[in-house]
Design a protein around this ligand. Sequence first.
Ligand code: UT7
Length: 311
Amino acid sequence: MNAGILGLGRYLPEKILTNADLEKMMDTSDEWIRTRTGIEERRIASDDINTSDMAYEAAKVALENAQISAEDIDMILVATVTPDQSFPTVACMIQEKLGAKKAAAMDVSAACAGFMYAMITAQQFIQTGAYKHVLIVGVEKLSKITNWEDRNTAVLFGDGAGAAVIGPVSEGKGILSFELGADGSGGKYLLQEGDFLSMNGREVFKFAVRQMGESSLNVLDKAGLTKEDVDLLVPHQANIRIMEASRERLGLPVEKMTKTVHKYGNNSSASIPVALVEEMEAGRIKDNDLIIMVGFGGGLTWGAIALRWGK
Ligand code: UT7
């Protein structure tokens, strides 16, 4: 049984924090942020909106889009490193809110690669026939672990949620191949220390450029496809320079890569599904398109998926 995407949804908080706003908060400039990262503004959730609230909103839209009722979900996987609390999990919180009574529920912790990990976990249950519908969500409220005194990290991140319903699709469609990986020895480069996120930007940058390119090529190879077959690259939206490096590695023109980093910043596990929803809503994804999704993050972790669009 092939597994694919049956529906998608997203939620972005309303409040916009621009580079100009950040200039007033710390020693930085719009020019530096734009040229080094491609980010112009990001969304920040207000105090009364927690991770589970954003996850719930995105999940509702994904279920509507998939035309599946909450009672038909067999499992909920929520990829997040900023849960409301360690337990109950965000997955359990939204299971109750959605009324997904028969769904098993757990959170997946793989930082910015979390959505890739969740999608491939879901695929295993679908492929074996054990489950029919798995709801996966990538959601982060990174603003609550951002050190607003640290300009090295504070300018990069944003909040948001993206969700997908994963289920059986016809032969030749859905997930064609994947690669998941981890290198714990690089954990020191991107981590939560005490209350705050901390990062060695240059080390993460080098790792990301290498891994995003290699993993994308590996999944193409595993699927028996080549760079020329790719219709759309959906990379983790961390930094436009990292994204551009992966695009060039695949030899793709600019219009074949999704870009949302300028308006949302890096919202970690939410970035790939949010970008995918926007492509779908803009009508830029056609039946049978070959999509490469690729992410990397703290852990260090990474993941890539080659997916043939359609049911
Ligand atoms: O989801 C995964 C999350 N992580 C990432 O994707 C991060 C990957 N890394 C990066 O995106 C880049 O390394 C950064 C955007 C974080 C930094 O860009 P860079 O070109 O690697 O800059 P750098 O670290 O080499 O720093 C250059 C200078 C430094 O000043 P000095 O030491 O050369 O005087 C920094 O202090 O830029 C300074 N700097 C800033 N200046 C203005 C660092 N942050 C800022 C800032 N505003 N916000």
